[in-house]
Each structure stands twice: as C-alpha cells, then as structure tokens.
Design a protein around this ligand. Structure first.
Ligand SMILES: *Cc1c(COP(=O)(O)O)cnc(C)c1O
Length: 385
C-alpha cells in the first residue's frame, strides 16, 4: 500500500521525511544528487523540467516537500542561508515600497534593512510589533507592501500576535511574512494563522545539529509574488549545496523530538532562575508574567520554545563573567542545536543595539535539564562573588 501523508501527524511526516523511497535503488534515505546539469531530450526539449542546478536542484525536492507539509504551505524553497531567504522576500518588492519591520529583531537582518535595502529604495519603518495598535497606526493602506515579524523575537523573546497582524496587513493590502526560526513548525504554524510567507534560518532548529548554514521560505499560495521570490533565488544564485540539503533533510527527521525536549528544559530553566537572587529578570514567553504570554498560549500550542534570556543581577560584568564560568553550556553564537549555548548579546550587537548589557541569551539544547541548571547556578555564583 502506498503511504498517504494526508492522514499522518507531522511527527510521522518528519520522522520518515514523507516516506519517499528512491526509485532507482529502493533506498529509504535518499542519495545525494550532486549533478549541476541535465541532458536535453533528442528533440531539444527539457521534459525532465531540469536544466541547470542553480534553478532546479533535485537535492532540494524532498526537504522542500517535507517543510511545505510541516508548515501547511503550497511550496517551500531552500536557500544558502537564513539571510539569503529573508532578503529574497524583500528583493521581490520594488524600490519605493513601504515595509514595516520590528524594532527588536534578528540583528543582521535589521542591519541589512537599514543599510542595503534602504539604499536600494525600500522605505523601511521599524515599529513595536508587540503592540497591534502601533502597527495599525504605522501601516499605510495601498503603500505598505510587506509587514515582517519575528516571534518570539531575538533576543528578548517578545511575542507578536500573528493572527491580528495578518488581519490588519491584509486589510491594508500588505503581505505578512514571519521569521519563525525560533518557534519552528513544532510550536507555531504561521500560515494557519494568516501569514503569507514563513521564513526559517534552517541553520537552527530545522537542521538542529550546528553543522550547516541554510535558509528556507514557505509560501501559503503559489502566486506571482512567490514566483518572483523563486526567480530571485535562481538569479542571485543564493542556493544551498546538495550535501547541505541532504544534511538538513536528515536533521528534520528528529525535529519534533529535539524541539519538544529543548522546550521542556527551557521552561524548567526559566522557572528555576525566575526570582533567583542573582538574576534580575528571566525573559521567556512561557512565564506567566512575560510580555505576550496570553498570545503565546494561543499561538504556541507546542510549547514556548528553547530560547530564553536572563539578566544578571550584577550587571554587564557579572553577565560576561557568568558566560566565562560555565562548563556544560558553550559560549557561542547561534541557536537550535543539540548543545546548549550561552552568549552575551550586547557584545555581539554593538553600540546601537536595544539589548540590555546585563543580558545573556540562552539556547537550550537536549542535555539533561538538571545538569544545565546546576552549571548555570555555579557560574552565576562565581560571577557574583
Ligand atoms: C540565525 C537567524 C537568522 C539568519 O540565518 P543564517 O542562516 O545565519 O543566515 C535569521 N533569523 C533568525 C531569528 C535567526 O536566528
């Protein structure tokens, strides 16, 4: 009997990567397609649909199909990085178009929007995306073409109401794109809440092993805008390598196990350090007092994710010292891997960052939660002596 993914839960789809079997060999894990060019038919046509791998690499097919299914979208497209995926969405607009983006968001993309995209002619306006009324006030009907949100947003983990923002974006004639890297489809499905495009730094949870750089977009509809995005990928050449696409597909098989484990441990870490004498504040959407907690309860039915931040009671010096004293946590940037990471964000983001200088960003991996708590506890104690 042939497998019908329509009746399967996302866990089953991810575990078997849609259950595809290689036609030529009957292999359950696919071969790595490394070819760059494809044979023409003898009457000069390309009936296979493949000409040259910058535009149509078969190494992408299965990972894109799995991701489109997990996000409940029409199509997905892999990119060379999360940044390549995100910037392709903005490049599918035209110079002069007005776009709204969050004040608190992934730092490199914010820099690109204020630098390259603004020079190219996009009218980029940064708004407080946690405040629906502020978005409503900033949106210009007929002029605003895209609203970009990130939720939970780096590195304060604030929540944007996707359904409310989608409704007001559409009423103004704008598309809504969501950077859902931190939530992953395990926790939030933005297209089901009305978003038009979902973006992932597949480098993070989708791959989950800190061993590749990749990006992805998923579209709710295969429309003109989506075709422009795909053309930009092919023309700009920001395409993923075949081996990376294969690794990503392998990583996604365990997505649900990894994200749930990280999410459960992050909640335990947040609960433990919330109210701790050496911690000024814990930022995590799973805490009852957190900004957006009520929206998170609706929008994040799969848990509150593996990312949180803590603010050291002793200020910047104590935060940096804490990061220096951990042993199990690793002092590094990035997120979403099996290993837990700790990072002093203000040092990374520089002078005009909105991030408090006493903040440590934590990416919770899949180690034992008690081990993670004990290691951070001893580091905080040493740093505050
Ligand atoms: C890492 C990250 C990106 C950028 O992805 P790259 O693969 O590093 O280019 C974008 N958004 C968020 C939220 C990220 O964490």
């Amino acid at each position: 009997m042939k497998l019908n993914p329509e009746h399967l839960k996302p866990e089953s789809i991810a575990a078997q990567a849609l259950g595809w079997i290689d036609d030529a060999t009957r292999a359950i894990t696919p071969p790595i397609h490394v070819s760059s060019t494809y044979l023409r038919d003898d009457d000069n046509q390309y009936r296979s649909g493949r000409v040259y791998a910058r535009a149509d690499n078969p190494a992408f097919d299965q990972a894109e199909a799995v991701l489109a299914k997990l996000e409940n979208g029409a199509q997905a497209a892999l990119f060379a990085s999360g940044m390549a995926a995100a910037t392709a969405v903005f490049q599918a607009l035209a110079p002069g178009d007005h776009v709204l983006a969050p004040k608190v968001m992934y730092w490199s993309l914010r820099n690109w929007l204020m630098g390259f995209a603004s020079h190219w002619g996009l009218k980029v306006e940064l708004v407080d995306m946690t405040d629906v009324a502020a978005v409503q006030a900033a949106i210009r009907p007929g002029k605003t073409k895209l609203v970009w949100v990130e939720t939970p947003a780096n590195p304060m983990w604030t929540i944007t109401d996707i359904a409310a923002t989608a409704a007001l974006s559409h009423a103004a004639g704008a598309l809504l794109a969501v950077d859902s890297t931190v939530a992953s489809p395990v926790i939030t499905r933005p297209l089901d809440l009305g978003a038009d495009i979902v973006m992932h730094a597949a480098t993070k949870y989708l791959n989950g092993h800190s061993d590749l750089i990749a990006g992805a977009l998923v579209a709710r509809e295969n429309n003109d805008f989506w075709q422009r995005v795909k053309k930009i990928r092919a023309q700009n050449g920001a395409t993923l390598g075949s081996f990376e696409a294969w690794l990503l597909l392998r990583g996604m098989r365990t997505l649900y196990l990894r994200v749930r484990a990280a999410s459960q441990s992050a909640q335990l870490v947040a609960d433990y350090f919330n109210g701790h004498s050496l911690v000024r504040e814990v930022l995590y959407p799973g805490l009852p007092g957190a900004q957006g907690h009520a929206i998170a309860l609706k929008q994040m039915p799969g848990g509150f994710g593996g990312m949180l931040s803590i603010r050291a009671a002793g200020g910047e010096a104590a935060a940096i010292a804490t990061a220096a004293k951990v042993a199990l946590w690793k002092r590094a940037t990035s997120l979403g891997g099996t290993e837990s990471l700790i990072e002093h964000r203000a040092s990374v983001e520089g002078a005009d960052s909105p991030v408090p200088t006493d903040l440590l960003r934590l990416s919770v991996g899949i180690e034992d939660a008690d081990d993670l708590i004990a290691d951070l506890e001893q580091a905080l104690q040493l740093a505050h002596q």
